[in-house]
Ligand binder design. Sequence first.
Ligand SMILES: Nc1ccn([C@@H]2O[C@H](COP(=O)(O)OP(=O)(O)OP(=O)(O)O)[C@@H](O)[C@H]2O)c(=O)n1
Ligand SMILES: C[C@](O)(CO)[C@H](O)COP(=O)(O)O
Length: 373
Amino acid sequence: MSDITLILLGAGSSSRFESDVKKQWLYSGEIPLWLHVAERFEAMGAFAKIIIVSSREDISLMQHFADYDFVEGGESRQASLKNGLEAVTTTHVLVSDIARCCVPETMIARILAAKDKASCIVPVLPVTDTLYLDQNPLDREKVKIIQTPQLSVTKTLRQALQTDRLFTDDSSAVASMGEKIHFVEGSTEAHKLTTLADLQKLSCIQPPSDRTLTGFGLDIHPFEAEKPMFLCGVPIDVDYGFKAHSDGDVAIHALIDALLGAAGMGDIGELYPDTDEHYAGADSTLLLSDTVRKLKTYGYEIGNVDMTILAQAPRLLPYKEKMRKRIASLLGIRPSLVNIKATTAEKLGFVGRKEGVTVHAVANLRYFNWKTL
Ligand SMILES: Nc1ccn([C@@H]2O[C@H](COP(=O)(O)OP(=O)(O)OP(=O)(O)O)[C@@H](O)[C@H]2O)c(=O)n1
Ligand SMILES: C[C@](O)(CO)[C@H](O)COP(=O)(O)O
């Protein structure tokens, strides 16, 4: 059994990446980047346990992909590392940024081979450009670029982090205790994905697969007198609406479920619970916009959507084009990629008796093609 636990830090907010998609969730082939990184490390078979530190929201989705140990991160890299360390029981811990997604196996092997040489083993690169600090040139032979993963004695790293001081990496914390740091050769392939421009420097990640993901959604709401009615975010000119916790836009609810279904992200009730007072009377267009934001964050783009509104009443023909345009604008896609169909129930069942409305929706997603960035 290995005496090394691997911690992969991925709870960052990706702010310098400046894209709708979080860098951890760019797709390489069929899998998101964080999983690509985890699988590369796992393939080495060198770790007692793999801990992935991420945000609470991300973890709920990550759990659908693989069975790692997930730990909620904190406000800073250091806070996330501290949380991850709480779940470590081995003598040593290897910590890497998920943002360094192409760390070569040979470099990891160099770090592991040096395990007993110091309290912290750190991969470094030499500086090859001239360096100035303000107006003064520096001796570049004395300067190193520090990378991850870094291998530490777990106990020492834990102790080193019992402070309010903020360190940008594990080795600086360990060094602050007067402990020995051992440097090994890093690799330019272990470049950190920080800005969009870094994407050009990562040779190990593939463009996303062109798979189409399909989701289906269904919702039903009974009518309620003297309420405004909205369908697809469009006000319908009748003197009754839908009985619901939110504004009752049954068409948008079915569409949200179709979108979430395609992304494998559960259903509307999990994301916007109808037991939560926050969503009482909620404008469903805001829920749809939030769903679209989430889909983009997690690396998806919307292909097309198709909906069938099953309603004996009201008559929807006059509203269909307005609905198409409203949905297209909320989804950020062309109106030609949105189709709205309306049909009666031939007077059968609760729809036929004009007691309520059923909506069926289908949505297609693709992985966001980050090669276009
Ligand atoms: N609160 C934080 C902040 C960062 N990290 C992780 O630490 C690594 C290095 O951070 P960085 O590259 O700066 O990632 P982000 O914090 O996401 O980026 P930014 O600073 O641009 O928001 C990343 O793998 C990141 O996910 C973390 O686990 N918890
Ligand atoms: C840990 C690190 O990758 C070593 O170079 C770096 O310090 C992380 O910095 P960031 O600002 O948190 O990306």
